[in-house]
Write a protein that binds this ligand. Structure first.
Ligand code: ADP
Ligand code: MG
Length: 337
C-alpha cells in the first residue's frame, strides 16, 4: 500500500506558519507590509495582550476585490509577482503569498475589505473557512487576528515575556515607519498609544517621533552616491550612543533589512570616536537596482543578498566619516524624501 500522501492545505499552511509567523511581531510585520504594498497612507495597528490576544490592522489602501478575497488566503497566492522576471525585480515588500494562509492557520482571522465598491468580510479559524459575505466597508482593509497560536501550544510556550513580545512589535513598527515617512502609522497597545507618526514625508520628524525630539538635534543628515547606490539618512553624533547596535536601521529599497556587514560599515564610519561597546543611532536608506538584490533568502525577507556589498559598505563608511569630520561646517538640513 502506498505510504506517501500530500498533506492537507491546512496542515501544510501550519507547517509554513512555523517560519513565516514565528511570534506576534512577525504577524504585525506581515500585515503592515501588506498595507504598505496596498499603497496605504494611514496604517493603524492595535494590539491586545502583546499581540497574542488580538492584532488589528486598519489601512486605507486599495483593498481586495470580492472575487479575490478567498484566493488571498490560499498558499502561494499573490497579486504582486506574475513571472520569473518579476521575481528578480521585486518592488513590493511581499511576493511569496504565504502570510495570510499561514496566519489564518494558527489563529482566528477576520478580514473586511473594499476596493471602493461593495465590500467583503471573511472569517477563517485555524485554517477553516467559517464564512464569507458581502459587507459594508470603506475603501481599505481591516484585518483582525484573534487568539494567535491557539492551536499550536508548543509555539505558545515558546513566547517570551509579554513585555519582550510587545517591544518586538514596537520595533517592527518603528522600522517600517522609518522606511516610510510618507505613511502615517499608529500603534496602540491595550488602548495605550505607543507610537504615532505624521506621515508628512519627513524622515527627521519620524526619527523624532520614535527616539524623541531631543535626539533629533544630535543627528546629522548624510547622503552619498556612486554608480550603483544612492544613500541618504541620519546618523547620531558620536556623543549620542546606545548599548546595542539595534538602533542602526538599514532600509534597502524601502525594505528594512538585517545585515551585519552593513551595520559594521556604519560603525566603522565613526573610527575611534565611539566609546567601547557603544553604538550610534542611525537610519540609512539605500536605493539600488532591484536586480542586484535577492530578498528571497528567508521567508521573513529581512535577510537579503546584495551584490557589490563591499562597495556599498565602503560608500557608507566614507559617507559617515566625511560627515563627522565636517560636523560643524555643514548645517543639518532637513531632508525630505
Ligand atoms: P503576499 O503579500 O506575499 O502577496 P499575502 O499572503 O501576504 O501574500 O497576501 C496575499 C494577497 O492578498 C496579496 O498579494 C494582496 O493581493 C492581498 N492583500 C493582503 N493584504 C492586503 C491589504 N491590506 N490590502 C490589499 N490587499 C491585500
Ligand atoms: Mg504579504
Amino acid at each position: 500500500m502506498a505510504k506517501i500522501h500530500k498533506l492537507s492545505p491546512t496542515l501544510s499552511n501550519q507547517i509554513s506558519a512555523g517560519e513565516v509567523v514565528e511570534r506576534p511581531s512577525s504577524v504585525v510585520k506581515e500585515l503592515v507590509e501588506n498595507s504598505i504594498d496596498a499603497h496605504s497612507r494611514d496604517i493603524d495597528v492595535a494590539v491586545k495582550g502583546s499581540g497574542l490576544d488580538q492584532i488589528k490592522v486598519t489601512d486605507d489602501g486599495i483593498g481586495i476585490e470580492p472575487d479575490d478575497v478567498k484566493t488571498a488566503f490560499m498558499r502561494h497566492a499573490t497579486s504582486k509577482i506574475h513571472n520569473r522576471r518579476d521575481l528578480f525585480q521585486v518592488d513590493t515588500l511581499g511576493f511569496r503569498g504565504e502570510a495570510l494562509p499561514s496566519i489564518a492557520s494558527v489563529a482566528d482571522v477576520d478580514l473586511k475589505t473594499s476596493t471602493g465598491g461593495e465590500g467583503t468580510e471573511i472569517r477563517i479559524n485555524g485554517g477553516k473557512l467559517i464564512g464569507i459575505q458581502p459587507a459594508e466597508a470603506r475603501r481599505g482593509t481591516i484585518i483582525t487576528v484573534n487568539d494567535l497560536f491557539f492551536n499550536t501550544p508548543a509555539r505558545l510556550k515558546y513566547m517570551k515575556s509579554p513585555a519582550t513580545e510587545l517591544s518586538r512589535i514596537t520595533d517592527v513598527i518603528d522600522r517600517l515607519a522609518l522606511g516610510h515617512p510618507k505613511i502615517a502609522f499608529s500603534l496602540i497597545h491595550n488602548h495605550h498609544e505607543m507610537l504615532r507618526t505624521a506621515g508628512r514625508g519627513n524622515l527627521q520628524q519620524v526619527i523624532g517621533s520614535i527616539y524623541g525630539i531631543n535626539k533629533v538635534k544630535k543627528m546629522l543628515a548624510v547622503k552619498a552616491h556612486n554608480n550603483d547606490f544612492k544613500l541618504w539618512g541620519y546618523v547620531s553624533l558620536p556623543e549620542l550612543t546606545r548599548a546595542s547596535r539595534n538602533y542602526i536601521t538599514i532600509i534597502l529599497n524601502g525594505r528594512y533589512i538585517k545585515n551585519r556587514a552593513i551595520a559594521d560599515a556604519v560603525i566603522k564610519g565613526y573610527g575611534s570616536k565611539l566609546m567601547v561597546r557603544r553604538y550610534p543611532i542611525a537610519v540609512i536608506n539605500i536605493q539600488m537596482d532591484p536586480i542586484l538584490v535577492d530578498p528571497n533568502v528567508h521567508p521573513s525577507k529581512t535577510t537579503v543578498r546584495v551584490s557589490k556589498e563591499p562597495s556599498l559598505c565602503h560608500l557608507i563608511t566614507t559617507m559617515i566619516m566625511n560627515r563627522l569630520s565636517h560636523q560643524n561646517l555643514i548645517p543639518n538640513v532637513m531632508h525630505r524624501e
